[in-house]
Design a protein around this ligand. Structure first.
Ligand code: BGC
Length: 373
């Protein structure tokens, strides 16, 4: 039985519980598919920033789906400012939100705002990033963040032939924003693959910015995932540690926004695609980075199809509204300091130049014309 049919059946048998009830009309969503309308469905969506393509897609995609099911949706972006995000969530609570979907800027500062949400029995879904230090988060939907880093590490391992003992190669590792709970998972996934090669000497880090343990990742974290900060950091490393013709062979970049800055730095230092250009990783399949992959100035991106994340959260909301069991597939990994948050993890995948067409364009994630094809 499909979830939608189950939703109707439950309504028909009167088994709807909790503060929300599903009603028995159907409506056509923005994508043209017919979905069960969700009654009393007031959803607040809080996204970190409009400066990254992925969050725009995430927010707009979920809003369209929910509105297609008759929900009232307030979608806010907080310009990467924690205070702004807190007051936006407070406003959503004041506006009667019964479900909050939050991609936290700083996962550690939202507890008081969520406590207010709980006073009106709202259900809180942490979106993509875990919310820490509060029991008032009910579910977490994300991609497997450790796997994202692992795919980046394994890509580097394979490209350089590290398993076959090749090396030494000059590596410059970067990590994400210290306030983002995901960043440590990305780094751990990659570093569990790469650190043994640093220890063996097959990978050398001329800048010395090689964390000795996974937990030391914040020492190389780039605040706010900012491209310009990553660029400045790479400029420093190149000018201070790469004199006398020494070259960077590989850069571990945890995502595409950092890769943009690192690539700008490499370009101004004279690195050229196809000759001395290093391997460089990424994440998100942002259009600018897909163009870079096609041009040979970025080696890969870890693609997280944000449409599937939105669909999963939509399914969660349908279940919450119907009072049925919310489907999760991980109840061990994401301990937020107060509870292990029941999570649904989706699978990320590697996209290289030869996969741009089949993975990204054929699936409709991006248009060929967006990336100059
Ligand atoms: C997300 C990434 C994104 C990064 C910067 C992370 O929490 O999982 O997809 O690149 O934030 O916005």
């Amino acid at each position: 039985m499909t979830k939608t049919k189950r939703l109707f059946t439950i309504v028909a048998t009167g088994a709807v519980a909790l503060s929300l009830a599903a009603c028995s009309t159907a409506t056509t969503s923005g994508t043209g598919s017919t979905t069960a309308a969700i009654a009393d469905c007031n959803v607040g969506i809080s996204m970190p920033t409009r400066s990254l393509e992925r969050w725009i897609n995430d927010g707009e995609g979920l809003k369209t789906k929910l509105e297609g099911a008759g929900c009232t949706v307030d979608l806010q972006y907080a310009d990467n400012k924690t205070d702004q995000q807190i007051s936006q969530i407070q406003n959503q609570v004041a506006g009667g939100a019964k479900i909050l979907v939050v991609a936290a800027i700083d996962g550690k500062v939202l507890a008081p705002a969520l406590a207010d949400a709980k006073k009106q029995d709202a259900t809180v879904i942490a979106y993509d990033r875990l919310i820490n230090g509060t029991a008032d988060v009910d579910y977490y939907a994300t991609f497997d963040n450790y796997k994202v880093g692992q795919l980046q590490g394994q890509f580097i391992e394979k490209e350089l032939g590290l398993k076959d003992g090749k090396g030494p190669f000059n590596l410059e590792p970067f990590a994400g924003s210290p306030d983002d709970n995901n960043a440590k998972f990305f780094f751990s996934g990659a570093w569990d693959v790469l650190l043994p090669y640093v220890t063996s000497g097959q990978l050398v880090v001329p800048s010395g910015k090689a964390p000795k343990t996974n937990d030391a990742w914040t020492t190389i974290g780039i605040q706010g995932w900012a491209s310009d900060k990553a660029q400045a950091e790479m400029d420093n490393r190149l000018s201070s540690f790469y004199g006398n013709g020494a070259k960077v062979n590989v850069v571990l970049s945890p995502n595409d926004s950092l890769a943009v800055g690192i690539e700008a730095s490499l370009k101004s230092a004279g690195y050229t695609a196809g000759t001395d250009y290093p391997i460089i990783t990424g994440q998100d399949a942002d259009k600018a980075n897909v163009k870079a992959i096609l041009a040979g100035t970025q080696s890969m991106t870890v693609w997280k199809d944000t449409r599937t994340l939105g669909a999963q959260v939509f399914t969660m909301i349908q279940s919450i509204a119907a009072g049925t069991t919310v489907e999760v597939n991980d109840t061990k990994t994401y301990d937020n300091g107060k509870k292990v948050v029941p999570s649904y993890l989706l699978a990320p995948e590697v996209v290289t130049k030869d996969l741009v067409q089949t993975k990204l364009i054929d699936s409709g994630f991006i248009k060929a014309s967006d990336v100059g094809l």
